[in-house]
Write a protein that binds this ligand. Structure first.
Ligand code: SF4
Ligand code: SF4
Ligand code: F3S
Length: 357
């Protein structure tokens, strides 16, 4: 098989691999639906992608558990293979790259030099800052040093996972390493947060695909997350919502209500205050998500989710004040009382959407 020159466009690569433009259009149609773009955007995306060179991506792993990378390898659309072969040039990733040691470091430095000002840095894991970051090092450098050095000439940074986006579990009390999110360190360029512990693979892949295709940032919420995946709460889209609205709640995981599939609010579900796409995109190629498997949402895509009290106590007696949606009714502890606060917030968001040009 002929080698493709480095300057080859994505269109050239697809032709080289025997993939038709029609298949590219099918692919961008899927991406457009994933990103909640109008159907006509698919054609523009296909044309733009065909003319674009693959995006250089440098993936840095800091204080993390590899769950975020594991999640990405299970993306069904775009798959990791689609991304690596068709959309991006994954120039550095400690877990996935073939080389190691000095050769790996050279690959990172070479990608930075060749794509100065254009490459995208993806980070999973939080950054240790205590005692100059000595609690997490790689190749003789602290994560803090590597992040500053690598992001300095990047076009944008994507924080993948709640650890990178908000500090996550390493940041949990008592935070022995002084863990902070990437946004606390990188303040002079765009940082997109794709939170979740781990994040939904399609949200990671879709965000990267958007950047590559449109060469601009997607619309972000007030926590820096792409609205395409984080505009609604789990509760807004939950299939158990009719039970919530009727006041039908499981009180224990093995009671009659749980068996009948009633709402999990009273066994601790944090869906009403958690923004993520689990209820619509789901996991494992759309098979299921935590609530469908019988467990409440833990709120894993939100800041400080680990420190917000018990996962199994209802929000109304637990953390609603922390997340700032509660009026007096919810603070009084009645599940139904929370509904008015949620409804008011939903109406506000709807009005904001309608006001957008
Ligand atoms: Fe692991 Fe969760 Fe942190 Fe990702 S966000 S690295 S899955 S602990
Ligand atoms: Fe679904 Fe949880 Fe909301 Fe109940 S509280 S409707 S289980 S998201
Ligand atoms: Fe996390 Fe809740 Fe989804 S726990 S995986 S945001 S349902």
């Amino acid at each position: 098989m002929l080698e493709m020159p480095e300057s080859a466009t994505i269109g050239d690569l697809l032709t080289h691999r025997g993939i038709s433009r029609r298949a590219l259009l099918q692919y961008t149609t899927y991406l457009a639906s994933l990103l909640a773009l109008p159907p006509l955007a698919a054609k523009d995306m296909a044309e733009a992608l065909a003319k674009t060179r693959r995006q250089s991506v440098i993936w840095l792993s800091f204080q993390e558990c590899t769950g975020c990378t594991e999640s990405l390898t299970r993306s069904f659309g775009p798959t990791l293979e689609d991304m690596i072969f068709d959309l991006i040039s994954l120039d550095y990733h400690e877990t996935l790259m073939a080389v190691s040691g000095a050769a790996a470091e050279e690959a990172r430095l070479a990608a930075m030099k060749e794509n100065k000002g254009k490459y995208v840095v993806v980070v999973d894991g939080s950054v240790s800052t205590k005692d100059d970051g000595v609690y997490s090092t790689n190749a003789g450098k602290t994560n803090l040093q590597v992040l500053k050095e690598t992001a300095a000439e990047a076009a944008a940074v994507i924080s993948v996972g709640t650890c990178a986006a908000f500090g996550g579990i390493p940041h949990a009390n008592p935070n022995p390493t002084g863990a902070v999110p990437v946004r606390d360190i990188i303040t002079d360029k765009p940082v997109i947060n794709v939170s979740g512990c781990p994040p939904i693979p399609e949200a990671i892949a879709g965000t990267v695909a958007y950047l590559v295709t449109f060469n601009k940032l997607p619309d972000l919420d007030d926590k820096g997350r792409p609205k395409a995946f984080f505009a609604d709460t789990i509760h807004d889209r939950c299939y158990r919502r009719p039970f919530y609205d009727k006041g039908l709640f499981a009180k224990q995981f093995d009671d009659e209500g749980a068996r009948k599939g009633w709402c999990l609010y009273e066994v601790g579900c944090k869906g009403p205050v958690t923004y993520n796409a689990c209820a619509t995109t789901k996991w494992n190629g759309g098979v299921s998500f935590p609530i469908q498997s019988g467990h409440g949402c833990l709120g894993c895509s939100e800041p400080n989710f680990w420190d917000r009290g018990s996962f199994y106590r209802p929000l109304s007696s637990n953390t609603l004040n922390d997340v700032g949606i509660v009026g007096g009714a919810a603070a009084a502890g009645a599940a139904i009382g929370v509904a008015s606060a949620l409804l008011a917030r939903r109406r506000k968001r709807q009005a904001e959407r309608e006001a957008q040009p």
